[in-house]
Write a new protein. Structure first.
Length: 111
């Protein structure tokens, strides 16, 4: 029982290591032969089917720039949509806020 468990573990580990080596070799071949086009990674979008690009594929500078601009625009929109403080949060009178001493408090406490 234990021998078959260890054998299964070693087999799975060997398969994973072999797959990593296959990916490394594919990247090496893609680097050596750029005329063949970019390396297509398996497992990207739609379960590997369809036309979605792989999330692991390198992004172009234009795509990175567009992504950064979209994130910046989203941040600006969030700041603009944020409501200004109201009620006690906006009040500058510290005498009515629990846990905050007014500026004259040290004089009162020193007597």
């Amino acid at each position: 029982m234990i021998v078959s468990l260890i054998a299964a573990f070693i087999l799975l580990l060997g398969l994973m290591m072999a797959w990593i080596e296959v990916q490394r070799m594919a990247r090496h071949v893609a680097e050596q032969h750029p005329e063949a086009g970019p390396l297509r990674l398996v497992g990207g979008g739609c379960g590997g089917h369809g036309h979605a690009s792989s999330p692991l594929a390198p992004k172009s500078a234009e795509a990175k720039f567009a992504e950064a601009k979209a994130a910046e625009a989203k941040c600006v929109e969030a700041k603009a949509a944020a409501k200004p403080a109201e009620g006690c949060a906006a009040c500058t009178n510290t005498a009515c806020k629990p846990g905050v001493l007014p500026a004259a408090a040290p004089e009162i406490l020193s007597h």
